[in-house]
Design a protein around this ligand. Structure first.
Ligand SMILES: Cc1ncc(COP(=O)(O)O)c(C=O)c1O
Length: 370
């Protein structure tokens, strides 16, 4: 097969998602398995969203609206932008792929930080090869180092991904620094603000949502998702906001019918009220504080997080620890694929799941002599 394949595809390391609960139950003969591996919201979505999903099942013989019209209209209204500023995707991951396909010319590069969301890298490599991807180092606090990124904007750096807050470190950038950075980027380069975890920020302060930037500049795009705080990861709905000319280019590469009927209806319903979002954010804040204290009490280095997950350094062999956790029915994520081989990331779940994880972690670490 290798002779048949586009050589760039062979350079891609396949994405390793958190293992499915069913796999671990089967493999280790367990009844209780807790999955805290993909930064989902563990609360079930509210009744109005479930009702919208049920209603839509009567229409499944028809293709969805390819233009995502009513979804985009609701998103536009919710964010105070125009319909022409919005594009929807099958998850924001699909929009990341569209961006690279639409804008990366031969010889041009994607620039971001090390230790960030791994999809920027794989989407770049499959399209343009390993040499098209450039990573700047982080600062000492595991934050994006905007100076280091700015220093790598040469003639070929074309698309710059800024993840704020960042996955997997959970760290956030000062708003003034983000604004100053955007102002420095030449107008023939693209700045992508990936704000997937924006809703979870503890103190928005001067946080840059990107909405002022997309009004003032044509080269900035903001990515958002329904997969995290809105609890719709299983339906795959994300969106982006940018200048209408920018969105029009993305529409040229958008696959037709990309967001399902149920995805569109559920996402619209989830923007009817902020109640579920606020409940989720408050619960996350409480549970995160409790889990942080528990992990610190185990003597672990944990990175303070503005998101719905925590990055920690177990100081034992991560693969060995991961296997011990899996055997005990806990799925979290080793971070080698995100460039931090000595770290693990745990999503914040419901209190009883977090407690189970912490207890199993304590046991596994003790077994490893830590
Ligand atoms: C930083 C970041 N961006 C984008 C995504 C993709 O989200 P989705 O494709 O589910 O919208 C994720 C998911 O984990 C993420 O962490």
């Amino acid at each position: 097969m290798e002779a048949l394949v586009n050589p760039h595809v062979l350079e891609v390391s396949p994405y390793k998602p958190g293992k499915p609960i069913e796999d671990i139950q089967r493999e280790f003969g367990l009844s209780r398995v807790v999955k805290l591996a993909s930064n989902e919201n563990m609360l079930p979505v509210p009744e109005n969203v479930r009702q919208a999903i049920r209603d839509e099942t009567a229409q499944l013989q028809y293709y969805p609206d390819s233009d995502n019209y009513f979804l985009r209209q609701r998103i536009a209204e919710y964010n105070g932008v125009g319909l022409e500023n919005v594009i929807a995707g099958a998850g924001s991951v699909e929009i990341i792929q569209m961006l690279i396909r639409a804008f990366l010319k031969p010889g041009e590069k994607v620039l971001t930080s090390e230790k960030t969301f791994s999809l920027y890298k794989s989407a770049t490599i499959e399209f343009a090869g390993t040499t098209a991807f450039v990573e700047a180092p982080m600062d000492g606090g595991l934050r994006f180092d905007l100076e280091a990124i700015a220093g790598r904007i040469d003639a070929s750096a074309k698309i710059i991904f800024i993840t704020n807050p960042n996955n997997p470190t959970g760290t956030i950038l000062p708003g003034a620094a983000v604004s100053a950075f955007i102002a420095r980027v030449p107008s023939d380069r693209i700045v992508v603000l990936d704000n997937a975890y924006q809703e979870y920020i503890d103190d928005p302060g001067d946080y840059v949502t990107g909405l002022d930037e997309i009004r003032a500049r044509k080269n900035v795009i903001v990515l958002r998702t329904f997969s995290k705080v809105y609890g719709l990861a299983g339906l795959r709905v994300g969106y982006a906001m940018a200048h209408p000319e920018f969105i029009a280019i993305l529409n040229r590469v958008k696959p037709p019918f990309n967001v399902t009927r149920i995805g569109q209806r559920a996402a619209i319903a989830s923007l009817e009220s902020d109640e579920f979002k606020e409940l989720s954010v408050n619960l996350n804040r409480r549970n995160k504080a409790k889990l942080l204290t528990r992990l610190q009490a185990l003597g672990l280095r944990v990175i303070p997080s503005q998101t719905n997950f925590l990055l920690f350094f177990p100081e034992v062999d991560v693969d060995g620890l991961n296997l011990r956790l899996l055997k005990r029915g806990v799925i979290i994520r080793p971070m080698a694929g995100f460039g931090i081989p000595d770290a693990m990331r745990v999503s914040i779940g419901l209190e009883e799941d977090n407690d189970f994880f912490a207890a199993m972690l304590e046991e596994a670490l003790a077994e490893m002599g830590r």
